[in-house]
Design a protein around this ligand. Sequence first.
Ligand code: ADP
Ligand code: MG
Length: 258
Amino acid sequence: MKTTSEIEIRNLYKRYGSNEVLKGVSIAAREGEVISILGSSGSGKSTLLRCINLLEMPDEGDVYISGEKLSLRTNVRGQREASDRGQVQRIRSQLGMVFQSFNLFSHLTILENLIEGPVRVQKRDRRECVDEAMALLEKVGIADKAKHYPAHLSGGQQQRAAIARALAMKPRAMLFDEPTSALDPERVGEVLKVMRQIAEDGCTMLIVTHEMNFASSVSNRVVFMHQGVIESEGSPDELFRQKKSERFSKFISNHVTA
Ligand code: ADP
Ligand code: MG
């Protein structure tokens, strides 16, 4: 493992008007580390992930991707903004993001969805991208759907396609925001299986999830958020079994584990 973190956020603050959503959050993920971010609805988990790839601008604090600090400045209206658009584009393409809603391009086939970024954004050779995309579809178990449109796939298949599409960009890390929350219960397992496989391949991952058994078994570390701060963090063993935090224990007892 490298000493530099693949993703590091330091003392992040985010407000929406008077609503302070993140109140000094720091997390560092080393290369290959899998961190699950757990917490009640409204605790700031999505905002945190969105601040990492600058879909939201943090009000205070810094984000580092592979040791490179995202340069932010305060504009004349007092708002935080990126001072280097090129850097934002580059950093975003290094972070794969998978959302609750599958976010595939509905007018493109699954294969076209996968090669869109590599060919158009990364300007890579189309033939090579198609080969890699097919290998990724094989990996997530939907190679037979390559020529289909997203609407013809089940939710679980669409989410696996979305994961493959993110991986096609060869990201340095993957961010998942409740990737199985919109799925029918019988489809959840197939997506978690793919995520577990990616984790075993050594991908650096930040995963917001309510799948407690999955988080407990796949993560190196668990971060529990409560009202915009990290209430507790530790190994799955420390949090789930040694019950290091009373509040976390109460939280998981309110969740049905899959
Ligand atoms: P979580 O993902 O843990 O459920 P969120 O990060 O989505 O939490 O939201 C945290 C808080 O921030 C909530 O109170 C939510 O209403 C608020 N919030 C999130 N996004 C916005 C936004 N774009 N504008 C205003 N408030 C927001
Ligand atoms: Mg959320």
